[in-house]
Design a protein around this ligand. Structure first.
Ligand code: UD1
Ligand code: CA
Length: 456
């Protein structure tokens, strides 16, 4: 049996925020949700979140997630006291049953590290520790002359000799559940901060003859905690740098790995190029040879091979086939599907529409709720009038149709194959194939026209 306890009751004073600290975000996702997601990959039997400050808000943020229990810690009397609140929810009475303790404000610990810590505990318990050049503020790992862990001393309670220890407690612990409950019940608060320290259980374990092992994170950034917006930004950068490196190792060229933001998952094929200032959100797939220009925002999209996104484009819930060209300054909204070699030019907005192969909308258009055949050409300024103020309607445009500039297609409407819509036409009725549609007042010309004069 595996229990996960996530401590998330602290105030986060230094965030200077009305939002509970664990609801602040890293890579577009709340810190607590990173921890929960990573914990879930271990398939624990329970996940208990200890909430306190802003508990209602924290609970509300996860109301849709199954498999979570919330317990309230009020007031907050220390990390040991926090875990005590979770005790009634902890399952398992066998010595092999484990409780893993995580922190809502240490969001990027990787599942592999959690797994390693759990394995390191063996029959005893394990602490995730690391070695810091500047260990100030952290609890120190005190070892005996044989190197065995004896106890953890908090910075504020430590002697000068103990301050020199640079192996620190990250706070993350894997313990046998049955013994943990017993140790928690024995905690006292006779220390400088008058708190119930979770770290005191290490001393109890040693006294009870339980071996305490250390495990270490693979990456330094995994155990970076967030107590301020400065630390939040530092962790964000460290995480983004890691994402950027992963992409480059997999064969992606980044114009500048420091100017890329991935808020979700980005999967790339080979020889993908990403220019500076791009933001990727949700699940994005870029197939081989995709080129993304500078300052694009791409969300939940699948871009096919050799697709080129020119700078300053905004793309959401869109799929492209091969060699599609988009932008600059294009907006592709949810439900956009573009076939092979489709071209979407500048200041074109597309929503819930399908373009068949080689269709084009090169300039200044709104195409919504439309189905376009192959090689359809949309002239500048064409608008599908898909909304009557109450309902939305579809526009169908047959293969090879040519829609002249500044035309309006009033939906529901069908334009036949190879139809020519003359510039400036308002199409309100379905058309057959191969014809010309024109609705335009004929031109009037008056020679030597005198403009009106201002009345004195
Ligand atoms: C703790 C550890 C210290 C370790 C450091 C790593 C203890 C006593 N000390 O110290 O050894 O080096 O983390 O960052 O455990 N929390 C609650 N309820 C409380 C108190 C804290 O939920 O009553 C939560 C906080 O929200 C936070 C975490 O526990 O997420 C750690 O609390 P914090 O006060 O930051 O502990 P430190 O003093 O930094
Ligand atoms: Ca802390």
């Amino acid at each position: 049996m595996l229990n996960v306890v996530i401590l998330a009751a602290g105030k986060g004073t230094r965030m200077q925020s009305d939002l509970p600290k664990v609801l602040h975000r890293i890579a577009g996702q709340t810190m607590l949700s990173h921890v929960i997601q990573s914990a879930k990959t271990l398939h624990p039997d329970t996940i208990v979140v200890v909430a306190g400050h802003g508990a209602e808000q924290v609970k509300h943020a996860f109301k849709e997630q199954s498999g979570l229990q919330f317990v309230l810690q009020q007031p907050q009397l220390g990390t040991g006291h926090a875990v005590q609140q979770a005790v009634p929810a902890l399952l398992g009475d066998d010595p092999t049953d484990t409780t893993l303790i995580l922190y809502g404000d240490v969001p990027m610990v990787q599942p592999e590290t959690m797994q390693r810590l759990i394995e390191a505990r063996g029959q005893g318990m394990a602490v995730l520790t690391e070695f810091l050049d500047d260990p100030t503020g952290y609890g120190r790992i005190v070892r005996d002359e044989t190197g065995a862990i004896q106890r953890i001393v908090e910075h504020k309670d430590a002697t000068a000799a103990e301050h020199a220890i640079n192996e620190v407690n990250t706070g993350i612990i894997a313990a046998p559940t049955v013994l943990l409950k017993d140790w928690l019940a024995r905690l006292q608060n006779n220390n400088v901060q008058q708190e119930y320290y979770l770290t005191d259980i290490i001393g109890f374990a040693v006294a009870d003859g339980v071996v305490v092992q250390a495990a270490h994170p693979q990456h330094e950034w995994e155990t970076l905690g967030v107590n301020s917006r400065v630390q939040q930004a530092q962790l964000e950068r460290a995480w983004q740098r890691e994402q950027a490196e992963r992409l480059m190792v997999a064969g992606v060229t980044l114009a500048d790995p420091a100017r890329l933001d991935i808020r979700g998952s980005l999967q790339c094929g080979r020889d993908v190029f990403i220019d500076v200032g791009c933001v990727f959100e949700g699940d994005v797939v870029l197939e081989d040879g995709v080129h993304v220009g500078a300052h694009c925002v791409i969300k939940n999209a699948h871009l096919g091979q050799e697709t080129v996104i020119h700078p300053f484009s905004h793309i959401d819930q869109t799929q492209t086939a091969t060699a599609v060209s988009v932008g600059p300054f294009a907006r592709l909204r949810p439900g956009t599907q573009l076939g092979d070699q489709v071209h979407i030019g500048n200041f074109v907005e597309v929503k819930n529409s399908q373009f068949a192969a080689q269709a084009k909308a090169s300039h200044l258009s709104y195409i919504g709720d439309a189905e376009l055949g192959q090689r359809v050409n949309i002239g500048a300024g064409v608008i599908t009038c898909n909304y009557d103020g109450a309902n939305k309607f579809k526009t169908h445009i047959g293969d090879d149709a040519f829609i002249g500039s500044d035309s309006q297609l009033v939906a529901p409407v069908r334009i036949g194959r190879n139809t020519t819509v003359a510039a400036g036409t308002t199409v309100t009725k379905d058309t057959a194939d191969n014809g010309l549609v024109l609705s335009r007042t004929s031109q009037v010309y008056k020679a030597d026209w005198q403009r009106p004069q201002k009345v004195k």
